[in-house]
Design a protein around this ligand. Structure first.
Ligand code: NDP
Ligand code: MG
Ligand code: MG
Length: 328
């Protein structure tokens, strides 16, 4: 495994180059501000009339339309939502590309699944911070950074990797360490992680645990603390010191109970489902489904959002988080 740190990476490859960050949301704001404060020449490309325009201006950055930014820049870093990248690329970015430019992403989705078809005479790269944008920014401001990934799908100029690494350094990622990957690996593992474990798996596990206690007649507030609130404390321990550190810090009762019972919760059936979920990602089945959903105006997603809002755990949780001062 190749890991790059601060001292291994030179910003010079981006000297005299302009980077257009397209989008100023979670990742766009963080990466644009970090790279700019690292001394790189950054402009932001946005649609007129959107909320981001004033925000980026207020932050002191140069704001152009997406077309102008794509035309002006040498590196076009596309940080708008994945499901609209293809349309925006075709309408406002493709025309501005010149031989030897670099188009860059923080997630491999649109390149790996062929929604964006880049011309042969540009670099195609990825710089992916492994944290939400707000954390990318906060860590940088505190003089550190979050870990990240870089990948090169197409190396036209012969130094595409150096360009991606320099951008990673500009965003503070080499302070924590930058790993090399491929578009395929990053895209497929990222989708799998968020579906099976991080966003999908974790919420379903919490829901099931909460419901078991409530159905058995325990107070919902107590059930919330035991199955949701405390999960963060456990994950924090694992994050910092691994399973070993976590098992060491919890009681022997928790350690014995957890180790003897956990495979009755995540069963062979769950493992088989994980393999199936991964297959759907690898074959493009998931991506096709999501594209159709978006074409139809996201009806399923809207319905599921409403159902999620309606969950008892959400109502109890909102109340408790306010009482504890965790949420306004
Ligand atoms: P956001 O949803 O935060 O992006 C919002 C930005 O996109 C705004 O500036 C918005 O402008 C602009 N935008 C939205 N719709 C359009 C449109 N139709 N035309 C032009 N601009 C539009 O994106 P994220 O930062 O979450 O994601 C960006 C990329 O980073 C994705 O590839 C994602 O997978 C990746 N990524 C995201 C992470 C995260 O923490 N969120 C983590 C790692 C990678 P306006 O104000 O005008 O609406
Ligand atoms: Mg993701
Ligand atoms: Mg307990």
């Amino acid at each position: 495994m190749n890991i790059h740190y601060e001292k291994d990476v030179d910003l010079d490859v981006l000297k005299d180059k302009t980077i257009a960050v397209i989008g100023y949301g979670s990742q766009g704001r963080a990466q644009a501000l970090n790279m700019s404060e690292s001394g790189l020449d950054v402009v932001v490309g946005l649609r007129k009339g959107g909320a981001s325009w004033e925000k980026a201006k207020t932050d002191g950055l140069t704001v152009l339309t997406i077309e102008e930014a794509a035309l002006k820049a040498d590196v076009i870093h596309i940080l708008i939502p994945d499901e609209i990248q293809e349309a925006v690329y075709e309408a406002a970015i493709a025309e501005g590309l010149e031989e030897g430019n670099t188009i860059s992403f923080s997630h491999g989705y649109n390149i790996h699944y062929n929604y964006i078809k880049a011309p042969k005479n540009v670099n195609v790269t990825m710089v992916a911070p492994k944290a939400p944008g707000a954390t990318v920014r906060r860590e940088y401001e505190e003089g550190f950074g979050v870990p990240g990934l870089v990948a090169v799908e197409q190396d036209y100029t012969g130094n595409a990797k150096e360009i991606a690494l320099a951008m990673a350094k500009g965003s503070g990622l080499t302070r924590a360490g930058v790993l090399e990957t491929t578009f395929k690996e990053e895209t497929e593992t990222d989708l799998f992680g968020e579906q099976a474990v991080l966003c999908g798996g974790a919420t379903e596990l919490i829901k099931a645990g909460f419901q078991t206690l409530v159905d058995a007649g325990y107070q919902p507030e107590i059930a919330y603390f035991e199955t949701c609130h405390e999960l963060k404390l456990i994950v924090d321990l694992i994050y910092k010191q691994g399973f070993g550190g976590m098992w060491h810090d919890v009681s022997n009762t928790a350690e014995y109970g957890g180790l003897t019972r956990r495979d009755r919760v995540i069963t062979d059936e769950s493992r088989a489902a994980m393999k199936e979920i991964l297959k759907e990602i690898q074959t493009g089945k998931f991506t096709r489904e999501f594209a159709l959903e978006n074409q139809a105006g996201a009806p399923m997603l809207k319905r599921m959002r409403a159902m999620e809002d309606d969950l008892q755990i959400e109502k109890v949780g909102t109340k408790l988080r306010k009482l504890c001062g965790l949420q306004k």
